[in-house]
Design a protein around this ligand. Structure first.
Ligand code: MN
Length: 205
């Protein structure tokens, strides 16, 4: 479950991240059918677009994170989507109803949001109220303080000087096969599959 994703291009190309779990593992929160399209089609398309746009951009051989910070136009959008999805698909674990963070990360959540329950409510509401397509993020600033942000389209908190820790994808392709228009139901269910060890490792790195 702890496989790190390759964010450095190999021979000028980024590679499709391998899912660190079987596509059925997250059911019923996310179906294997959604995983097939989301990882196999949507992410593949963003990856192909990045690899097509990199040559001649002046950003060849940079890490994906650096490309996301420095690119403009279509490359910025597709690289943002590639990084966002790589982080998204790497942060999950099997369904666990009473899934909670622990330790230093839990302490930071309680300082910033009062309680874990209150954090979940605020985060879910930020995802529900984000108009159109985008991502809701938990990030840390340079001082380690946690905050929730709504990022439209392909943007990543890195572009605003924050360290991204946890994300939920509120593009309709992330949930429409399973939940149709019920974005709130999807986001509420997602708390059962967050791998808090991964989020804690992002926070402490
Ligand atoms: Mn997506």
């Amino acid at each position: 479950m702890k496989t790190l994703n390759k964010t450095i291009p190999v021979n000028g190309k980024f590679e499709l991240m391998k899912l660190p779990f079987a596509p059925t593992l997250l059911e019923p929160v996310i179906s294997a059918e959604t995983m097939k399209f989301h990882h196999g089609k949507h992410l593949q398309a963003y990856l192909d677009n990045v690899n097509a746009a990199l040559p001649g951009s002046g950003l060849e051989n940079l890490s994906l994170e650096e490309v996301v910070k420095k690119a403009t136009g279509g490359l910025r959008n597709n690289a943002g989507q590639l990084l966002n999805h790589n982080m998204y698909f790497a942060q999950f674990a099997p369904v666990q109803a009473d899934n909670v963070p622990t330790g230093v990360l839990l302490g930071a959540i309680e300082i910033a949001f009062g309680s874990f329950e209150n954090f979940k409510q605020e985060f879910t509401q930020a995802g529900v109220s984000l108009f159109g397509s985008g991502w809701v993020w938990l990030s840390a600033n340079a001082a380690g303080k946690l905050m929730i942000t709504q990022n439209t389209n392909a943007t990543n908190p890195l572009q605003n000087g924050l360290r991204p820790l946890l994300t939920m994808d509120v593009w309709e392709h992330a949930y429409y096969l399973d939940y149709q228009n019920r974005r709130a139901d999807h986001l509420s269910a997602m708390w059962q599959i967050i791998d808090w060890d991964i989020i804690a490792s992002r926070y402490s790195s």
